[in-house]
Design a binder for this molecule. Sequence first.
Ligand SMILES: [Mn+2]
Length: 320
Amino acid sequence: MYKKIYKAIKKYDTIVIARHIGVDPDAMASQIALKESILYTFPKKRVLAVGTGGAKFAYLGTLDKLENVNFSESLLIITDTPDRKRVDSPEVDAFAYKIKIDHHPFVEEFCDLELIQDQKSSACQLVLELIRKTKLKANVSIMGKLFQGLVSDTNRFLFNTNAELFSLLSKMVKEYPLDFPKLYQELYMRPFHEVRLQGYIEQNMKVTEHGVGYVTLTTQILDKFSADAGSAGNMVNNFNYIDEILVWATISEDKKNEIIKINLRSRGPIINGIAEKYHGGGHKFASGARVTTMEEAELLIHDLDRVCEEYIQSMEGETK
Ligand SMILES: [Mn+2]
């Protein structure tokens, strides 16, 4: 499979690399690192990394405009995206040949060649393996970006982390002198207003009887901290490892889209079933939902509390 991808890269003079909408560091690092590796190996090729919203990850590089591309003679590579509707690029079907490189659970087949390995930590890990197993070349800048995408998607080696990943990284670090403090700083620097909003959440989180922590962020509060529902939702990862809390949620008013966004995390109870019930979904321990009224949000919290109660009972059963 890796060899086939390399052959296609070698064959086409123009290559466009896309990834999913709602860009994150793994999506953007995988596309930019792959672009740089292809250009480093084949300097005469034209390679474009396309998509919207890249400005907030400017340390990874800048994105290209999809201009003057003769689609019927070009290769499209899509990283980190399981389904066609989430590809952040127009003209997906106009390309001569399409390749998917992804680590999400399979959703649909829409490319000529699909490298899908859902047990891998990140799209960056797959790009790293592609470079390792073919004649694609790399340098310290390319490896640094792959490392950042990988750190971000594993939440600093918490999720999908195994011996294979550490052994790959061991080789990477031996061969390329990565500047870890700089790479982590770029990933995790944030403006003070976000830290102040985090403080607000810490002060105002309520906890239900069976350990659901939740906070309601109205438009008024979000405005006060110059935040929007998106950035508030991203903060949900910061509330793990609290004794009294098994499942936690941010409930954010999204005035622009006239919905209420709910971000959910768990350190035990399985929550994606509840997320699905409330127009969302996701992974077992990390999900999202969207509702239209605060009453619905309250019902969701109530359901989560019941899931926590069942979880506590099942744990007690195990220790008896
Ligand atoms: Mn990813």
